[in-house]
Design a protein around this ligand. Structure first.
Ligand code: ADP
Ligand code: MG
Ligand code: ZN
Length: 481
């Protein structure tokens, strides 16, 4: 066992799903042709003035509330000054010494000593608002190009306390946080497009040492798996340095996935380097109690609460609840079906086994192969014994991707089960007569022959007889309990 422990604190930047940017009316949508969504304000032209988006404030407040942060009635914007081609003003508008919220927590599940999952509460230092920078690319040989469509897009920064102790815990923290942001509708959680980004601060120290070690900041890693690997690599790199008598440098490092190692990017800036000062073009941000209360009331249900409610309300397993809440649209599709059909457990089963694979999600949106009404009708046909569970899957395959009514397909294909007791009795009687030797053996206790008789009836009815009724009819015909 190593005598060192790893300490990790994460900073997450999440783009707010506002239609416009933080301080101008330019659209904040991703993927437009470069430099088509810009104006004097987000280009940093002289004389242009910022106007704060109310929606961005609402989303930041939602984030703070979801994480249990204390909102500050008055907060301020500052200028964080640095020079980079993707930052046309020469400064980023951010919140510094007076952020809009402080002191929350995120609870995650980590493996406990006995192997069972236990809850770990990681404190959140603060959630504050800021604007994004543009995007430089260096892909074209000697040239660098810059796209300022992202310049000025509204962000929240969520700063976590240095309380995580492994790459796996960090990845779990990021998954939980991403899920919450998606469920409260403020972020689409897209790591590849960079709408959800994370910097991981990593240090090591002797186990139980009172002080934190010097941290290295790992930047811009665009997958949770890579974050985990980068942290694990970095902890070992730092250990090797310390054990060799060296000192850890306070620097910013990147992750080279191909080589499987971190590499130095630059020495780490400190707050002094940024020459923060209050933004003179924006008044303090004042949050009214009544307005905060409105935001709180309108807050969507958090994923964990939803899972717990699904388990108790619909009597499904925690695992099923987990699967059905992997995306907010999937959760609401399931609930819609459950409500229309009346039996949540049956709806949950069908959604999980048949429908899930056909759902396509894009950010907060999702496309479903059928509507909740179609599914509820289909399940209703099974309840009414018009079709069997097996046939329901066939009907589903036929209506998926179409607006067709399940009942129409059942009628058209002649799939309706024979649920007429008299008709089934007649078929059973004929089969018993034709197989008298087997009938005698079954009556004498050779239970395995039950399957033989059910099979015969199914063959005779081309699989359309109601299996339960067939079972009952055979027992009746043979005078079995
Ligand atoms: P900066 O913005 O310069 O990175 P912050 O004070 O905002 O500085 O710190 C950012 C993050 O660094 C926080 O998430 C915090 O938990 C983490 N952190 C601070 N000190 C350490 C440390 N010694 N080891 C690991 N993480 C740390
Ligand atoms: Mg940082
Ligand atoms: Zn603009």
């Amino acid at each position: 066992m190593s005598e060192y422990e790893t300490v990790i604190g994460l900073e997450v930047h999440a783009q707010l799903l506002t239609h416009t940017k933080a301080f101008c009316a330019c659209p904040a949508t991703f993927g437009a042709a470069p430099n088509t969504q810009v104006c004097p304000t987000c280009l940093g032209l002289p004389g242009a003035l910022p106007v704060l988006s109310a929606r961005a404030v609402e989303f930041a407040v939602r984030t703070a509330l979801a994480l249990g942060c204390t909102l500050q009635k008055t907060s301020r914007f500052s200028r964080k000054n640095y020079f980079y081609p993707d930052l046309p003003k020469g400064y980023q508008i951010s919140q510094f010494d007076e952020p809009c919220s402080e002191g929350g927590a995120l609870s995650i599940e980590v493996p406990g000593a006995s192997g069972a999952r236990v809850e770990k509460v990681v404190r959140i230092t603060r959630v504050h608002m800021e604007e994004d920078a543009g995007k430089s690319s260096h892909a074209r040989g000697e040239d660098s190009i810059v796209d300022l469509n992202r310049s000025g897009v509204a962000l929240v920064e969520i700063v976590g306390e240095p309380e995580l102790s492994s790459g796996a815990e960090a990845a779990e923290y990021l998954r939980s946080l991403r899920e919450i942001l998606i469920f409260i509708g403020i972020n689409d959680g897209n790591l590849e497009e960079g709408s959800f980004r994370c910097d991981a601060n990593v240090s090591i120290r002797k186990k139980g040492a009172p002080q934190l070690g010097t941290r290295v900041e790992l930047k811009n890693i665009n997958s949770f798996r890579f974050v985990q690997k980068a942290i694990e690599y970095e902890a070992l790199r730092q250990q090797a340095i310390v054990e060799g008598g060296g000192r850890i440098e306070h620097e910013t490092r990147g992750w080279d996935e191909k080589a499987g190692r971190t590499f130095s990017m630059r020495s780490k800036e400190t707050a002094q380097d940024y020459r923060y000062f209050p933004e003179p073009d924006l008044p303090p941000l004042v949050l009214e109690d009544a307005w905060i209360e409105q935001v709180r009331q309108a807050m969507p249900e958090l994923p964990r609460a939803k899972r717990e409610r699904f388990v108790s309300q619909y009597e499904i397993t925690p695992y099923a609840a987990q699967v059905l809440t992997q995306h907010p649209q999937i959760a609401s599709f399931f609930e819609h079906c459950a409500r229309l059909h009346g039996d949540g457990a049956k709806a949950a089963n069908f959604v999980q086994s048949e429908i899930l694979g056909g759902i396509v999600t894009r950010g907060l949106e999702a496309d479903f192969p059928i509507s909740p009404a179609q599914l509820a009708e289909l399940l209703g046909l099974v309840d009414a014994a018009t079709i069997s569970g097996k046939q329901a899957k066939e009907v589903y395959a036929l209506i998926a991707g179409t607006p067709r009514a399940p009942a129409d397909v059942v009628r058209e294909r002649g799939m309706a089960q024979v649920s007429d007791a008299a008709a089934i009795d007649a078929i059973v009687a004929a089969i018993v007569l034709a197989n008298s030797r087997q009938a005698e053996a079954l009556r004498a206790g050779k239970a395995s022959l039950m399957g033989f008789f059910v099979g015969q009836v199914m063959k005779e009815t081309k699989g359309s007889a109601n299996p339960q009724m067939v079972n009952d009819a055979i027992k009746r015909a043979l005078g079995l309990g």
